[in-house]
Write a protein that binds this ligand. Structure first.
Ligand code: M6R
Length: 613
């Protein structure tokens, strides 16, 4: 998704903007641009392609200024091109604007503005915004932005720089796309994401829906474009972030994804810390649910997108098995449009790494409108998801930079276990011993993941051979099924190999037709209660002479005789096996994509944080 940066202070803005843009590239983009201003000298440059290509085009002898903005674009309206890249300028060339999100009524606005004499140069929806600001400008850029946004429908974050008011940037947020103000000494910053700010400050203000910020080097004034309000005292909502700036660097790893895979033992320990008590009980203050609410809940709906959706599927298995609460799981993009039935005493639980995924946020709003209690498991404090929820479990994975979600997923699974243990304290259930065993095993889990990460020779070898194949399948049953889906998503996302994940018992209902000699099938068999059934499904695959690769607990003998190749995971409680199996399929996908020399951290067509529908 698009990334926005801005700076106002006493330093040269350009190097700061370029560094921040480079820190946002993980969001996915196809073009980039900057604008800086000083003493009436207004410099704008844009390029199709990477930030490096932009850097080559910039004329450094004239690109000077102590205020500026920048942008990485992920195309929605109009193809990736220099013309469609941001910043966009008004007719007079005095106003520069960058935008993340979508202007839904851009066609009618464009027709109206063209009729009023404005000349458009791009195919973007964004350009209507800068012409609207031009239309309403009468010497006060903040006011012009407020009036412009009153005409707009959609979801957006923008930053505006006016040549005639070059001591300030105006930032605004409508609906979902995130916009963060970084508060420095004698300088202030703005960016779409916190990691881009950490080199400059750890004090941040997360903008709320409807807010307009006038940012000068010594001050930030927050108002609202929907109502005439006095500038708001924002200091109370300033957060101090304790992530060190290095979290946004590769730290010696060739890719962020590999670094993040290796950070998973820390994610597990950090997410459990202080919440899982020695006696197996839990303490989760941010969750804000009362014991009587837990006893009363009749049904839970988990909503999420992509990888986070697979964490929801794990939750469904566990919550239904242990607590006997009916659980439905939905992808955010469908839930919101299918008129879901949500009765009294029902909960909607959203899972999201970024906390900014538009479809997940819309699903939470749907739940709220139908009077459900809305909870969230998310990685980003201050994100839209965190703020919308009645209660939250934060996953403490630290910033995830690679587009492919790895440590965040493992953090989400830990969040699911914590929620399960927490609720089980207040609801009668018949699995006390099992749950106690799982809780006892949880503190060992980080060490088991560490052990798995220390020997990657086997998975690297198999991945290298899968890289030569045109397609791949992942199958599993029960708690292995969500990880089969996740392994398949991870592989296709970063290697571009056609891949499908299936409930193993479903293969014979159609997909078996695709199996041919030598096609790899990763067979997950970590769940004892369906182990024999799983081996029967493997036989069906073998009969089609496909290449069977088992993913099984260490010491498993059945698979050694049956499968062509075997990957193992340390033995643990079966309910925790999804964590270890997830790490193994992440490694498989990573090494496969690496063998194919793919752009692992920024796979084609994808964005890290999907802030549009
Ligand atoms: O930030 P979120 O967890 O809400 O993101 C949801 C999906 O967009 C995300 O998990 C996506 O599927 C990943 N790229 C998968 O690796």
């Amino acid at each position: 998704m698009c990334g926005i940066v801005g700076y106002v202070g006493d330093e040269e803005a350009l190097p700061i903007l370029l560094q921040k843009l480079n820190l946002l590239t993980y969001r996915g983009y196809d073009s980039a641009g900057i604008a800086v201003s000083h003493n009436g000298n207004f410099y704008v440059e844009k390029a199709q392609g990477k930030v490096g290509q932009l850097e080559q085009l910039i004329d450094y002898s004239i690109a000077s200024g102590v205020v500026g903005l920048g942008h990485t674009r992920w195309a929605t309206h109009g193809e990736p091109s220099r013309l469609n890249a941001h910043p966009h300028l008004d007719c007079s060339g005095r106003i520069a604007l960058v935008h993340n999100g979508i202007v839904e009524n851009f066609l009618s606005l464009r027709t109206q503005l063209e009729a009023e004499g404005h000349t458009f140069r791009s195919e973007t929806d964004t350009e209507v915004l800068v012409h609207l600001v031009e239309k309403y400008y009468d010497g006060n850029v903040t006011k012009a932005v407020q009036l412009a946004l009153q005409q707009v429908e959609g979801a957006l974050a923008i930053v505006v720089l006016h040549k005639d008011e070059e001591d300030r940037l105006v930032a605004a947020k409508m609906d979902t796309p995130p916009l963060i103000i970084g508060l420095g000494r004698g300088e202030n910053h703005v960016a779409s994401d916190i990691p881009a700010l950490l080199h400059y400050t750890n004090k941040v203000y997360v903008m709320e829906d409807g807010e307009v910020a006038t940012i000068t080097k010594n001050d930030v004034l927050i108002t609202n474009f929907r109502e005439a309000v006095q500038p708001r005292i924002y200091e109370r909502r300033v957060m101090v972030i304790d992530w060190p700036p290095e979290v946004a660097q590769k730290g010696g790893y060739p890719h962020y994804m590999l670094k993040e895979i290796h950070e998973q033992p820390d994610t597990i320990e950090d997410t459990l810390r202080g919440r899982l008590l020695e006696d197996g009980h839990t303490d989760i203050p941010d969750l804000h649910v009362l014991p009587e609410e837990i006893r009363a809940v009749q049904r839970m709906t988990f909503v999420a997108c992509g990888t986070a959706y697979h964490a929801c599927l794990v939750a469904k298995h566990l919550f239904e098995t242990v607590l006997r609460i009916p659980v439905q799981v939905d992808v955010g993009s469908e839930f919101r449009y299918r008129q879901p039935i949500i009765g009294p005493d029902e909960w909607v639980v959203a899972i999201s790494q970024s906390g900014e995924t538009a479809d997940t946020i819309a699903s939470m709003r749907e739940g709220r409108e139908q009077h459900a209690k809305v909870l969230a498991i998310t990685n980003v404090v201050g994100s839209s998801v965190a703020r919308l929820a009645d209660g939250v479990i934060f996953t403490r994975a630290g910033p995830e930079i690679a587009v492919a979600s790895t440590k965040a997923f493992v953090g989400q699974l830990i969040g699911v276990y914590l929620l399960l243990l927490h609720m089980a304290q207040f609801r009668p259930h018949a699995h006390a011993d099992e749950l106690q065993a799982m809780a006892g095993e949880l503190p060992r889990l980080a060490g088991l993941v560490q052990r798995l990460l220390e020997d990657q020779a086997g998975v690297q070898d198999i991945a290298g051979r899968i890289a030569q194949q045109p397609a791949c399948f992942f199958i599993g049953r029960n708690l292995d099924e969500p990880i089969a889906l996740e392994g398949s998503l991870k592989l296709k996302e970063i290697s571009y190999i056609q891949s499908q994940g299936y409930a193993a018992g479903e293969l014979k209902h159609g997909t078996l037709a695709l199996l041919e000699e030598g096609i790899p099938v990763i067979c997950l068999a970590t769940q004892p209660n369906v182990y024999d059934k799983m081996l029967s499904n493997v036989q069906e695959v073998m009969a089609r002479r496909a290449w069977t690769i088992g993913l099984v607990p260490e010491g498993d003998t059945g698979s050694q005789h049956l499968m062509d190749d075997v990957l193992t995971v340390p033995r643990t409680h079966p309910w925790l096996s999804p964590v270890l199996a997830a790490v193994q399929v992440q490694l498989l996908a990573y090494h496969c994509a690496n063998a194919l020399e793919r752009d692992i951290d920024q796979p084609r067509n994808l964005a890290k944080s999907v802030t549009v529908e």
